[in-house]
Structures are given as C-alpha cells and as structure tokens.
Design a protein. Structure first.
Length: 128
C-alpha cells in the first residue's frame, strides 16, 4: 500500500526554511497552511513549534537576506550616503612647505539608490 502525498513541497522543505514566494503572480495558488508570510507577527498556531514567537519581518522592513553561520541577526543601514564629487584642492599648486591650505570647494554627498535591477517577492517561512 503506497502513501499518497498531497503536498510534496511540505515534505521537502524543512520547518524554519524561508522561501521567496510570487504571491501576486498570475495563477499562483494560495499559501499552504504549513507556511506563513514573514510580516513580524506573533504566531498563534498550536500546531507549530513557533507558537507564541514573533516571526521575522522580512517583508515590511524591506531588508535583504544575508547568509551567515548563524541566523536571526539584523544589520546594515537604513540609508546610505556616497560622495558624488571630489573636493577641489586649493593646495594643488601650493608649495610643499605650506601646510595650511584647505579645499576650496567642499565634497558633496547625496542619498541615492544603488540597487541593481530586482524583482520583488514575498518572504514566507514554513512553520509546521
């Protein structure tokens, strides 16, 4: 007598695995009950080992996922500043003995997105 597998993804994906999900992609089926979106909510599911724990907010905080030897930590900066121009040095032609020169034009900086092209996904986690 064979075993009928109704949801093969649930068997091959370990509990705690985080996956990318194309939630709003045409013909994407509903999320199976073994998975939930990673939206920073407290899990209320007695059938899960994570019952009562806060699920990481991987969608609302718009963070990249980074591989590491441990997991659960966060880091990085909410904004990035980059110098967009070099200061014009008024000392370029000054004698070497003159140490009191200063840039005549200060360097400028701005906030810019330096992200490569991307496709947005919803992060989900297997909870049971």
């Amino acid at each position: 007598m064979g075993i009928q597998i109704t949801n093969p993804a649930s068997i091959s994906v370990p509990i705690g695995a985080v996956l990318a999900w194309l939630k709003n992609y045409t013909n994407t089926p509903a999320l199976p009950s073994e998975f939930i979106e990673c939206n920073g909510q407290v899990l209320n599911d007695a059938g899960s080992v994570y019952n009562g724990q806060t699920i990481p907010d991987l969608n609302g905080s718009n963070r990249f996922l980074r591989g590491n030897a441990t997991s659960g930590g966060i880091g990085g900066s909410e904004s990035h500043f980059h110098t967009t121009g070099l200061a014009q040095n008024a000392c370029a032609n000054a004698p070497v003995t003159s140490r009191k020169c200063a840039p005549s034009t200060p360097a400028t900086s701005s906030t810019e997105s330096l992200l490569p092209s991307y496709y947005e996904v919803v992060w989900i986690i297997r909870i049971k």
